[in-house]
Design a protein around this ligand. Structure first.
Ligand SMILES: *Cc1c(COP(=O)(O)O)cnc(C)c1O
Length: 486
């Protein structure tokens, strides 16, 4: 069965999988969604016997139906191997304190973004070939900290592509920033912006849908695409690890707890549910920027609120782009009007009937103090150390479990290595650590956790800073014009 894609804002704007991957975002500013979410074709017993690459194939082949088996397998084999991941399993399940932590950070940049961004460049270049696109693909990326580095690592020196990453200059961790500004490669550009992730993402989306700019790009032999989770080439590969995790545990039902920012990771869990994974609850965990918690409670999405910088910076987001795909599931044709309201008034309100369709989701949030407590408690109980984002999820899950008594088998998406946020992680265990410099902290974390210092950390310790450009929050387009001489 062939799956085609269409815009969440207009059913008549359609694309094949490879066109959707290549375009990144639909021309009307909507997000591509599949006409139908396909059901898994093999049993969980069979999936349980497969390695990660084969599970990924079983998932992706159902969505990327215009890829041949050879093409898709080549993409998968290029991405999920021990050159790019530090474990043959690709992702690990660790049981601790009554839940399973699905460690999604064994890729090159030690955050879960590698799970999808290790394969996206393969999917993108294969799609370009299939579509006969001759232009150089320009990847424009807004990052809250982790996508940037994972995309840079994925696209660096990939022929036929170049990449520009915009990150909030004052909104990422030291390690995140250092990882990005030391990136090597002839085709990479990294720019700090004087603004937050939402500013970066809105500006990038505006550039994507600017027809005049697209024409200028075309005349120069370029075309834009996206490495953000608005691209289905990123979203679909993420579905695979939820199917994989379930197949390793195979309980009656399962809860997934996902530390959420742009709503990509948890939407992938929802797609896994639609494919046949028997999900009991999807627990959407937020930090102090709890716009999603309020949304699931009230049915009102309202971004008009104070924005906070927290110790889980990759979740410091008030406009969760991928929520649009979930809204489309429950609101259909009304989606475009809601998104217009969001843009113009900063808010929209679901009808009662629509809200009732969201029963699978539970929203919850944790303040930084609760997050820190979760890190310290888990360390004391189990000797297991989690990063700040994962700890937001753990804290939210603990509160949920205490409140509901739900004892369904639960998997918590562990989205980053604690090394990426060593200072905040170690400060949670003892304030004494704050006196030490960053490099000492890596050694301390190694002593406490017994986990080797990852190559990603060792690499940046001595690497020179190569990217120093900073621009105003309304200056992104000018940077693109400068880089590509438009
Ligand atoms: C990106 C990110 C998140 C949020 O994921 P979304 O798909 O944006 O919801 C959570 N934790 C970490 C470490 C991340 O890098």
């Amino acid at each position: 069965m062939k799956i085609t894609y269409h815009s969440t804002r207009n059913k008549d704007i359609t694309a094949t999988a490879s066109e959707a991957i290549l375009n990144g975002i639909a021309p009307d500013g909507g997000l591509y969604v599949p006409d139908e979410i396909p059901k898994l074709k093999v049993s969980f017993e069979a999936l349980a016997r497969m390695d990660y690459a084969h599970v990924a194939y079983e998932v992706m082949k159902l969505f990327f139906t215009d890829f041949t088996e050879e093409e898709l397998m080549a993409c998968i084999k290029g991405a999920y191997n021990t050159d790019k991941f530090d474990t043959e399993e690709i992702t690990k399940l660790v049981e601790a304190d009554g839940a399973y932590y699905l460690e999604l950070f064994h890729g090159r940049t030690i955050a879960f973004k590698d799970m999808a961004l290790s394969i996206l460049p393969y999917l993108m270049t294969t799609s370009a070939k299939k579509c006969g696109a001759k232009e150089e693909i320009v990847i424009l990326t807004a990052t809250s900290g982790d996508t940037g580095k994972a995309a840079l690592a994925g696209f660096a020196d990939v022929p036929g592509t170049s990449i520009v990453v915009f990150y909030p200059k004052h909104g990422v961790s030291r390690v995140q920033e250092k990882q990005m500004v030391t990136q090597k490669g002839k085709n990479v550009n990294v720019i700090g912006i004087e603004g937050n992730f939402d500013d970066a993402q809105s500006a990038v989306k505006a550039i994507f849908t600017d027809k005049k700019l697209a024409e200028k790009m075309k005349a120069k032999g370029y075309r834009f695409s996206s490495a953000n989770s608005i691209n289905i080439g990123r979203l679909i590969p993420q579905v695979a690890y939820y199917v994989y995790a379930f197949s390793r545990l195979y309980p009656k039902q399962i809860n997934f707890v996902v530390p959420t920012g742009n709503f990509g990771n948890i939407l992938a869990a929802y797609y896994a549910y639609k494919m046949g994974v028997p999900v009991n609850k999807l627990i959407c965990a937020s930090n102090r920027n709890k716009v999603l918690t309020d949304f699931f409670e009230t049915g009102v999405y309202d971004k008009n609120r104070e924005f906070f910088l927290t110790s889980s910076p990759s979740m410091d987001i008030l406009i969760s782009s991928n929520l649009e795909r979930l809204i489309y599931e429950i609101a259909g044709d009304k989606t475009a009007a809601f998104m217009k309201d969001l843009k113009e008034k900063g808010k929209y309100k679901l009808t009662k009937e629509m809200k009732e369709k969201l029963g699978l989701f539970v929203g919850g949030y944790a303040e930084d103090a609760e997050m820190s407590q979760a890190i310290a408690d888990l360390y004391k109980k189990e000797g297991y150390i989690i990063d700040t984002h994962t700890a937001v999820a753990a804290a939210v899950y603990n509160k949920y479990k205490a409140k509901t008594g739900d004892d369904t088998c639960t998997v918590i998406a562990s989205t980053a290595s604690p090394y990426k946020f060593s200072r905040a992680v170690l400060n949670s265990i003892s304030p004494e650590y704050d006196k030490k410099d960053d490099f000492e902290l890596f050694d301390e974390l190694h002593k406490l956790s017994g986990v080797e210092i990852p190559e990603a950390i060792r690499d940046i310790i001595s690497a020179p800073v190569l990217h120093k450009t900073v621009c105003a929050k309304d200056g992104l387009e000018a940077e693109v014009v400068r880089i590509y001489k438009l």
